[in-house]
Write a protein of this length. Structure first.
Length: 244
């Protein structure tokens, strides 16, 4: 029963993860979560004399991880929609500090800054590193290297960041990621920015739906196993009472 209970818990975590992936499959730049299973062995069982630990080994999701593989680029025709081809993240400034995202669904605000739906400002920098702004009344172009031009003049360059170890990235809601202050970002290499396109979520919807049904069936089987175990224990207690 303990093993079945552990299995049900890990399946519940998988269900939550799969449901969240499917719910966000239509969100630009969303990155799917995956699970890595392992077996947990209690310290008491591991140090005991009995080598048969099967009854004390419980399945757990040891290390949930985020799949950062690129999604398909879909043309939208909107000049404020941007997509990254290659590794890297857009850098946006939020009230709590810099956040990183692959969601390029921006709009041009009244202040001349490209902003996210939440109002976070996309980092657009001049060569000297100072913030740059656009004229909201004029059209603008974004080159593949991230240089933004308006009226035939270079206004600034969009900052694209990357990290040596993607394990440092932690989801911060929606399509955003954050890192600890001690983790330094570096300029992304070998990337292109596609204006008028968005990166779709990297969630394989059909595969996720099949896995969701499979995990639900596994959960139901484990639930029945627990019910059978409880029924057997109840009958055993009743039979002992009759013998007594």
């Amino acid at each position: 029963m303990i093993a079945a209970s552990g299995g049900m818990r890990s399946r519940m975590e998988s269900l939550d993860m799969l449901a969240n992936n499917i719910a966000n499959s239509g969100v630009a730049g969303f990155k799917a979560d995956r699970e890595f299973y392992n077996l947990y062995v209690s310290e008491q069982a591991a140090s005991g004399p009995d080598p048969a630990l099967a009854g004390s080994m419980l399945p757990v999701i040891e290390r949930p991880w985020t799949d950062l593989s690129q999604g398909a680029l879909v043309a939208t025709g909107s000049p404020s929609d941007l997509a990254i081809s290659g590794r890297g993240f857009f850098v946006v400034d939020s009230p709590s500090g810099p956040l990183y995202t692959r969601n390029g669904n921006f709009h041009l605000g009244k202040s001349g800054q490209l902003e996210t739906e939440q109002g976070y400002t996309l980092r657009l920098r001049r060569p000297d590193g100072s913030p740059a702004a656009l004229d909201p009344s004029l059209p603008f172009e974004v080159a593949n290297d991230g240089v933004v031009r308006q009226g035939g003049q270079d206004v600034g360059k969009i900052e694209i960041a990357d990290f040596d170890d993607s394990a440092n990235l932690k989801k911060a809601g929606s399509t955003y990621f954050k890192v600890d202050a001690s983790v330094l970002a570096r300029a992304a290499a070998n990337v292109e920015i596609k204006q008028g396109s968005l990166e779709s979520a990297n969630v394989p919807v059909a595969e996720s739906a099949v896995r969701l049904v499979s995990v639900m069936r596994q959960f139901e089987m484990l639930q029945r196993a627990m019910s059978l175990g409880a029924d057997m224990n109840r009958r055993a207690v009743e039979e002992v009472a009759k013998v007594s």
